[in-house]
Ligand binder design. Structure first.
Ligand code: SF4
Ligand code: MG
Length: 284
């Protein structure tokens, strides 16, 4: 199935988000999904445009609010594969409350964060992921705030699937998105997706030099939560691969008796036309 559509992305040439889009489209096709099986909900930011670039259902939400919409969608129709997507500002600043609670709630959706460590759409301000000393027009003498550690945060919030990738490795990125979708519960995938226009520090070359691929370490066991935390601390969060996965965790839907039998939006309302008309008249 072809998940590409005819809309031309208006990202800057070289933006990391192009790879995330390609990886997402490939992952859906590799998993044998149909466009009508998939819904993408995005927030606001350059990356938030992604929901309009995939041949599937798309919902371009409001700033920091992709997750409540995505969770509602999944709970109404559990038959859909629901992917939420957005940037680091969207998910880790204004949307952080939703991110933490979505992690602990564990609805079976996949959340892809395109982390470029800057606010790109508003022309380059410090984001919650910018490094100390990062100079932007909002921090001309360099940022004096420590960056948020999203993977460590997810582990402590009780996440069942925590992974990280980089836009320059399309193969690993596609594989991780596939595994995130297959995981039965909330999956957080943070993607280092360079902003070539406003972040001249964390570039493709910088990531090539600094990232450690956990999948190359055969002794690494992603089911060990404590080891995951240790690895993250050892490399200052600069790792790629599936960092942690609890394959036995129960999703929110699993804990609702009878929920998996019939999607809410397909349930018989057990109401006659007459009763329905009466209800509508009362609301009117
Ligand atoms: Fe990508 Fe940055 Fe351009 Fe936005 S401003 S499209 S994040 S390169
Ligand atoms: Mg950003």
């Amino acid at each position: 199935k072809d998940f590409r559509n005819k809309v031309k992305p208006n990202w800057c040439p070289g933006c990391g988000d192009f790879s995330v889009l390609a990886a997402m489209q490939r992952a859906f096709a590799n998993l044998g999904l149909e466009p009508e099986d998939v819904a993408i909900v995005s927030g606001i930011g350059c990356s938030g445009r992604i929901s309009g670039y995939v041949n599937a259902y798309g919902f371009h939400g409001i700033h920091g609010r992709a997750l409540p919409i995505a969770q509602g969608l999944k709970l109404a129709n559990r038959e859909l594969t629901v992917v939420a997507a957005g940037g680091d500002g969207d998910g880790f600043a204004i949307g952080m409350g939703h991110t933490i609670h979505a992690i602990r709630r564990n609805v079976d959706i996949t959340y892809i964060v395109m982390d470029n460590q800057v606010y790109g759409l508003t022309k380059g301000q410090t984001s919650p992921r910018s490094e100390m000393g990062f100079k932007t027009k909002s921090t001309p003498k360099g940022s004096i705030e420590a960056p948020l550690a999203p993977m460590e945060m997810a582990l402590t919030a009780g996440a069942g699937f925590v992974a990280q990738a980089v836009s320059s490795d399309l193969k690993q990125l596609t594989h991780i998105i596939e595994e995130g979708i297959k995981h039965k519960g909330f999956s957080l995938i943070n993607v280092y997706s360079p902003c070539v226009t406003y972040n001249k520090v964390n570039t493709y070359d910088w990531f090539k030099e600094h990232l450690v691929n956990l999948e190359k370490d055969e002794s690494y066991d992603p089911s060990d939560r404590q080891a995951a935390m240790q690895k993250l601390m050892e490399h200052n969060g600069l790792v790629t691969g599936i960092i942690y996965q609890n394959k036995d965790c129960k999703s929110y839907e699993d804990l609702i008796p009878g929920f998996r039998e019939t999607a809410l939006c397909k349930q018989d309302l057990k109401i006659t036309q007459e009763q329905f008309d009466k209800l509508v008249a009362e609301f009117a």
